[in-house]
Design a binder for this molecule. Structure first.
Ligand code: AKG
Length: 292
């Protein structure tokens, strides 16, 4: 068992997104942030994910291809809680969405090398499910952002890399097959995002994206956290309690109990991230409180 990394004990909300990051994110719909996790953190979180994988393997609960796509990352693996608000990545979230946020969808993923070619499946999608049918504007609103932490080396393509169409986050519709199992080419402009273990990818939920198949010799491991406004209902399994969380982490997993405002943000001083940003001098006038 590895020791808890120092970064896991900080209560700092981190620093705001830089102007360069914002420009790239607005243009491309995603950015790669190098070196968010150091080698010790990668080893620590990869070992935690490996334990969850081994438990599922033991219980015969892996997918037929030996992969694990486990929803509710922190509920499934409490050791991942510090990644909810890692100080080197969390600033990207509150810079985009402000302080009235929570994690509405998360997963840990282990994809071992595939021994043989998988049947075709068109995996390209935008996140948010029916948000992509029931919101009426063009482009539809951002609504949520996601961080992927890489716990394995995907610095070469072909390792089950995350694929995106850069700049597609303002495009409501792309051409696709009549059914997902009908062979269809990748969308124009699609790329495999490469990253080292410890890098993070921060992406707009609207960007057209897909996991690729891992035909390499390296098992792909990652943890994904999707953030949205607290007034959007969570998809996460909710615990009665998860011990040891900070107030901001409790807000993010929906365990914050000062919710007289029903998550509408009427009482910012009751919302832990508002207080943390205030203390750090990082409150942004672009995300003002409601007028009392
Ligand atoms: O695992 C991947 O590379 C893609 C993940 C994905 O599709 C998602 O986070 O919505």
């Amino acid at each position: 068992m590895t020791t808890t990394p120092v970064s896991a004990r900080t209560t700092s909300p981190g620093t705001a997104m830089t102007d360069e990051q914002r420009e790239a994110f607005e243009r491309d719909g995603f950015i790669v942030v190098p070196g968010v996790l150091d080698a010790e953190e990668v080893a620590h979180y990869a070992a935690a994910v490996d334990r969850v994988y081994a438990e599922h393997q033991e219980a015969g609960k892996l997918a037929a291809d030996g992969s694990l796509h486990k929803l509710s990352a922190v509920e499934s693996c409490h050791e991942l809680a510090p990644l909810l608000n890692h100080p080197k990545a969390f600033g990207l979230v509150w810079s985009m969405l402000g302080w009235n946020v929570h994690v509405y969808h998360s997963h840990l993923d282990v994809h071992p090398p595939l021994p043989e070619k998988k049947p075709f499946r068109f995996e390209w999608h935008q996140d948010g499910g029916r948000q992509n049918r029931e919101l009426e504007s063009d482009p539809r609103p951002r609504m949520s952002v996601k961080i992927a932490y890489w716990l394995s080396d995907v610095s070469e393509t072909g390792r089950g890399n995350f694929q995106v169409v850069p700049g597609s986050h303002k495009t409501n519709w792309i051409a696709g097959p009549p059914r997902r199992d009908v062979e269809w080419p990748n969308p124009d402009g699609a790329i495999e995002v490469t990253a080292n273990a410890g890098d993070a990818v921060f992406f707009d939920r609207r960007i057209w994206h897909a996991r690729s198949n891992n035909y390499s010799t390296v098992t792909r491991k990652g943890v994904f956290f999707g953030y949205t406004y607290r007034w959007v209902r969570t998809r996460e399994a909710l615990s009665d309690d998860i011990p040891g969380l900070t107030p901001v982490q409790r807000q993010l997993v929906g365990l914050h109990d000062g919710d007289g405002d029903h998550a509408w943000g009427h009482y910012p001083s009751d919302v832990p991230l508002y207080g943390a940003l205030k203390d750090a001098g990082e409150l942004n006038p672009a995300h003002p409180p409601l007028i009392p």
